[in-house]
Design a protein around this ligand. Structure first.
Ligand code: 5GP
Ligand code: ZN
Length: 274
């Protein structure tokens, strides 16, 4: 019998149903992650779609045409045509437009929980096409964005270590500057704009369970956001994938969460599931 804490395969590779046990872990992680932010942080939840205009404005469709999920719907003419929404690839794209044209009086941070889609080519353990993430997004000056990201990353590593997940922190490159642009990717590495926290999510399968990005003033420019110093706002985000975190815990502590260390069960509010 499949353990009640597993993900269940569907005919679409990288698309899973989750069992009640798996969802209990996700639920515990979601609550613990939300609590990592300060109490007064505004928390938002996304739908699985976002306005196509926004994704085109940030250039995601050019950088990652292979990952973007498009939506087609029947129109008045009876023919299917592309709709005005696309599947959301990451939570923070929903945040920047909220501040379009705004001059921020103070540094601003919020937290967003997102259902994301990326048309990944592989479907190894932990690589889901449809997955959920919690993101913390900061709009601030250049200097503060970087230190915020690094402080929050170390706090996250400590939290993960408390859950028994030792992570390796590594410099990566990614979405924000485009897969095709080799120079920008090299620059991103050199400037350490993206840092990933890696852990095993399955036997021999190491993946990012969290990541911290500093986007420089890219989104501030695109959305005409001014920071607290009056200059173009800089932004940073910290993201954690729920399914990857749950898989890493199952891999680390075993397939039966009832047998996990009591303290970890308590931290994730799993006691009630007995
Ligand atoms: P990023 O935007 O940095 O690529 O991803 C943010 C977080 O989402 C990652 O740290 C990871 O935890 C999660 N994530 C990214 N891609 C995938 C994926 O293909 N499958 C799953 N399950 N999670 C992902
Ligand atoms: Zn982000």
């Amino acid at each position: 019998m499949r353990p009640d804490s597993a993900l269940v395969h569907t005919p679409a590779p990288g698309v899973y149903l989750s069992t009640r046990g798996f969802e209990s872990i996700v639920y515990g992680l979601a609550a613990a992650l939300a609590a990592l932010g300060s109490d007064d942080l505004q928390q938002l939840r996304t739908p699985p779609v976002i306005a196509r205009d926004i994704i085109e404005k940030v250039g995601y469709h050019r950088s990652f045409p292979h990952l973007l999920g498009r939506v087609y719907a029947k129109t008045d003419t009876g023919l299917p045509a592309e709709s005005d929404v696309v599947l959301l690839p990451a939570g923070c794209y929903c945040v920047y437009p909220l501040f379009a044209g705004v001059r921020l009086a103070v540094a601003t941070e919020l937290s967003i929980e997102a259902t994301c889609f990326r048309q990944e080519a592989g479907a190894e353990v932990g690589r889901l096409r449809s997955f959920r993430m919690r993101e913390f997004v900061r709009l601030d000056t250049a200097e503060h964005c970087l230190s915020w990201r690094d402080d929050r990353l170390s706090a996250a590593r400590e939290w993960l270590a408390g859950l028994g997940l030792e992570t390796e922190s590594t410099v990566a490159n990614d979405p924000f500057f485009g897969a095709g642009n080799r120079m920008m990717r090299a620059l991103q590495r050199e400037r350490e704009l993206k840092i990933e926290l890696l852990a095993e999510v399955g036997p021999g399968q190491v993946q990012a369970i969290g990541s911290g990005n500093y986007h420089t003033d890219q989104f501030g420019r695109l959305f005409a956001i001014a920071g607290p110093d009056g200059e173009v706002a800089h932004t940073a985000c910290l993201a954690f994938g729920y399914e990857r975190l749950a898989l890493a815990l199952l891999h680390r502590h075993g397939a039966d969460p009832h047998r996990w260390p009591e303290r970890i069960r308590k931290d994730l509010g799993l006691e009630a599931t007995h």
